[in-house]
Structure formats: structure tokens, C-alpha cells
Design a protein around this ligand. Structure first.
Ligand code: ATP
Length: 461
């Protein structure tokens, strides 16, 4: 069984690679850091953008029945009263008088004791205070005064403005029920305990879609969306054996939910939710109708029937998807160094579609003839692979391969002295480490073939 320290070791390898190679840095590091806050570096932001683009393509651009929005982070605080967050967005919290740390009271058998890392908090014997409720919303003052009536909140989820814009969307667009509204954006929760790198943060990003439908069709849509969402995670290249769905038992359903499930991924520290799919019934539109005094009832043009649409929600965490991809892709094996000796290699085995860099091109030495050819190949490929190519001329070839392995680049191309004679280059594959020699004229086709083969190997599982 994994202990606190072995889990930490597995995760620490990923955290350390993320920092070493510019995926994720601790926020405010210069000032000693800031709890549970992370900055995405040059490669991290590329990976994040790829995930967002793939989500947006799947959920918005490829569909006729979903539109996108980008809404304000801060909203009229009445929205959070209507949604139930002011009243009940609480986690039960306990303080440990022995170690001075604060824990979620419902999670004591999951969390490791900071003083005895091999033990869970429930069994370490620390003296805990009685549980009390803690509201997870960050309060802010909106405007120049700090009065009671200027209090608002940073949104703890991105979905609420999608409900409050329901009427705007049906009026301004031709969308008719059933249809969805989607957005990607930041959310903020004052989590009691933060842990496991990007998994539980106080500032994070969500990719949410609210799908409005007739009440009689909600269960069917819930099942359809569950499949769409699970398949999307698989399409990123995540190992299907490390993905599962966990339905919420009826007695554990949130007050608004008619049915709900989590899509979970098996992280180094265990199974954890990466996305929720919920049938929220008519809770949201009804409550916003009541609290605003403006009914959000919908009239079907064809049947003249009036009803409050039900809503099926898909709510994915961008940072947790990022962490799942890093955990899934991270591997260690043995590879030859420049002297032909085998040594340990860190490699990210990303599916090519999520690799921040698709192909890297190196001149063997800094000889101008070689540099010129390498730069030409790189700039031609750059156009084909949406700028996901890289030119690198520093360090030995072995070191350059290792750097690309660590960032998950599927293919590297080397221009060497023979290239000047035979007009051929070497393509080296990240996973098989095999090298093939191809003529410069056919390099683009050879790269495309290998990328396609690597993609297919993920489809086959
Ligand atoms: P948990 O039970 O882990 O706290 P949740 O059920 O509160 O999660 P939801 O409210 O369903 O989460 O939010 C949808 C998604 O947003 C989650 O599946 C997760 O990917 C992401 N998410 C929620 N809270 C956080 C957080 N503190 N840090 C990073 N991502 C988060």
C-alpha cells in the first residue's frame, strides 16, 4: 500500500520535472511561495492551451447545439444566494491541537499526518477540535467602500452565469432547447487543505457546460454526456485503465442533483475526481427565476408547451486534467548516453496531440551549413504543426534528445555532416528510440507518418 512518503516521492518526481523543464513553477517563489498557488511556465501554458482547445472543439465548435461564453468572474452577490452557495457551500473543518494543522473533517481517513507521514490523520492520535463549518467562497469588496453592501464573492464555479444568461442566449441566438452553453474560466475556493500539487488549489480553472433540455429527456442526455466526457478524456491519451466513473449514491447526492457521477483518474496518490457530470433538474433556472423575480420558464415554439428546462452539467477541472496527463505520461526507463552507456531517462509519453512540441530539429554542430539546413527544416515543419516545433543547437546530441524526452516531444530530427553529401537526415522516435534516415525531400511525409502511427497506438490502447 502506498504510504504518505512513497506517494510524495512519486508526485515529487513529477513536480520536479515540471519545474526543471518549465511546465509549472511554485507561485511567488522569490518570496518564499504562496500556499497552493502555481504558475504555469512556457510549456505548461502550451499544454493547458492544447487541453482547452481540444475541449472547446469537442464541446462547442464541433457541435450545433452548444454555444460558448466568457463571463465576468465577479457577479451580483444575489446570484450566490440563489445558487445556495452563501447558505451551504461549506466544508466541515477541524484543527489539530497537536500539529497545529487544519483538516477537512470528512477527509481524515484520506489525509496523511504532517508529523507522522506514514499515518492517516484519523489514526495518528492528534487531538482534534470539534468540526465546524467553513464557507469556501472568497469574500471581496466590490468598489471603493468596505461596507456590508459592497460584499461580493470570487466565483467558486464557472457555471452560474451560464444559467443567468439562459434568457439572453435564447433571445440573441437561434438556440432552442435542447442546447448547451459552455465556458472555460477561473474559479476560486478557499479550500481548507490544499494538497497534491495541482489537484486541490484555491485558484483553478474549470471547463463547464450546462445543457438545457426537456425534463423528460434529462436522464437520456445525462447518459449521453457521461459517454461523451469519458471518451474525451480517453482521446487525450489517458490510459483507459486509470479512468473510471463513480456514480454518487442517492443518499450522497447534492441538494440540487437528480443524478450525478464523478469521472475519476488514478493519480499517484490514488483515485481522484477530474470531472463531474450532473443532472441538476430545474434547480438553477427555478432559483434564479425566484430570486430575480424574472421567470426563466421556456416556451417551446413548436408545441407551445411551457416548462422550466432541466439542466445536465459537465464540469471538468483543467488543472486536474493537466495533472492527470502529466502523471499518465511520466515514465522512467534506460537510454544510451553520448558514450553509448545506458542511463536512467525521464520521459513524458504524451499522445502527440497533447505534446507541447511535436518535433525538434538539431544541427549536429554549430557549422553554418548545418544550422541553415536545420533551420529551414524547422521553419517548414513549424507551419505544418501550428508552431509546435523547436530548433535547438546547444549541448551534445544525447543531451538534446534527453531534454526533448523530458518534455514529451515525439520526434527529433538531426542534420549531420553526411546530410551535406547525401541530403538525408535522421528522425529519432521518443518511444522506440529508433532512428531512421530519410531524404530531406521526404522528411515532412516521414514525420507525418510516424506521428500518425503514434496516434494510432493510443487508439488501440
Ligand atoms: P472535490 O470533491 O475534489 O472537492 P468537487 O466535487 O467540489 O471536487 P466540483 O464542484 O464538481 O468539484 O468541480 C468540478 C471540477 O472542478 C472538479 O471535478 C475538479 O476537476 C475541479 N476542481 C474543483 N475544486 C478544485 C480545486 N480546489 N482545485 C483544482 N480543481 C478543482
Amino acid at each position: 500500500m502506498a504510504t504518505g512518503s512513497s506517494v510524495e516521492r512519486a508526485l515529487n518526481d513529477i513536480v520536479s520535472l515540471c519545474k526543471r523543464r518549465g511546465f509549472v513553477f511554485p507561485s511567488s517563489e522569490l518570496y518564499g511561495g504562496f500556499a497552493a498557488s502555481w504558475d504555469y511556465g512556457p510549456l505548461g501554458v502550451e499544454l493547458k492551451n492544447l487541453i482547452k482547445r481540444l475541449w472547446w472543439d469537442e464541446m462547442v465548435t464541433s457541435r450545433e447545439d452548444v454555444v460558448g461564453m466568457d463571463c465576468a468572474v465577479t457577479m451580483n452577490p444575489r446570484i450566490w444566494e440563489a445558487s445556495g452557495h452563501v447558505e451551504s457551500f461549506h466544508d466541515p473543518m477541524v484543527d489539530c491541537k497537536t500539529c497545529g494543522q487544519r483538516f477537512r473533517a470528512d477527509n481524515l481517513s484520506e489525509e496523511y499526518c504532517p508529523k507522522s507521514p506514514s499515518k492517516k490523520v484519523s489514526e495518528c492520535g492528534g487531538e482534534l477540535t470539534p468540526a465546524r463549518n467553513f464557507n469556501l467562497m472568497f469574500k471581496i469588496h466590490w468598489g471603493p467602500t468596505e461596507e456590508e453592501d459592497s460584499i461580493s464573492y470570487l466565483r467558486p464555479e464557472t457555471c452560474q452565469p451560464l444559467f443567468t444568461n439562459f434568457r439572453n442566449i435564447t433571445t440573441a441566438t437561434r438556440m432552442r432547447v435542447p442546447f448547451g452553453i459552455a465556458q472555460i474560466g477561473k474559479a476560486f475556493r478557499n479550500e481548507i487543505t490544499t494538497k497534491a500539487f495541482l489537484f486541490r488549489q484555491r485558484e483553478f480553472e474549470q471547463m463547464e457546460m450546462e445543457f438545457f433540455c426537456h425534463p423528460s429527456e434529462a436522464q437520456e442526455w445525462y447518459e449521453k454526456w457521461r459517454e461523451v466526457r469519458l471518451n474525451w478524456h480517453k482521446s487525450l491519451g489517458l490510459n483507459p485503465a486509470r479512468l473510471r466513473t463513480a456514480p454518487h449514491p442517492p443518499d450522497k447526492l447534492a441538494h440540487y442533483a437528480k443524478a450525478a457521477l464523478d469521472i475519476e483518474y488514478q493519480f499517484p496518490m490514488g483515485w481522484g475526481e477530474i470531472e463531474g457530470v450532473h443532472n441538476r433538474g430545474d434547480w438553477d433556472l427555478s432559483r434564479h427565476g425566484q430570486f430575480s423575480g424574472k421567470s426563466l420558464e421556456y416556451r417551446d415554439d413548436r408545441t407551445n408547451e411551457r416548462f422550466i428546462p432541466y439542466c445536465v452539467e459537465t464540469s471538468a477541472g483543467l488543472d486536474r486534467t493537466f495533472l492527470a496527463l502529466m502523471s499518465d505520461a511520466y515514465d522512467q526507463d534506460m537510454a544510451p548516453n553520448d558514450k553509448g552507456e545506458m542511463e536512467k531517462r525521464d520521459v513524458l509519453r504524451f499522445r502527440p496531440r497533447v505534446a507541447p512540441i511535436t518535433v525538434a530539429v538539431f544541427p549536429l554542430s554549430r557549422k553554418p551549413d548545418l544550422e541553415e539546413l536545420a533551420r529551414k527544416i524547422e521553419s517548414d515543419l513549424r507551419r505544418v504543426y501550428n508552431h509546435r516545433s523547436m530548433y535547438d543547437e546547444t549541448g551534445s546530441i544525447g543531451k538534446r534528445y534527453r531534454r526533448q524526452d523530458e518534455i514529451g516531444t515525439p520526434l527529433c530530427i538531426t542534420v549531420d555532416f553526411d546530410t551535406l553529401e547525401d541530403h538525408a537526415v535522421t528522425i529519432r522516435n521518443r518511444d522506440t528510440m529508433q532512428q531512421i534516415r530519410v531524404s530531406m525531400e521526404t522528411v515532412a511525409t516521414a514525420v507525418a507518418d510516424q506521428i500518425r502511427d503514434m496516434e494510432h497506438s493510443f487508439d488501440r490502447g
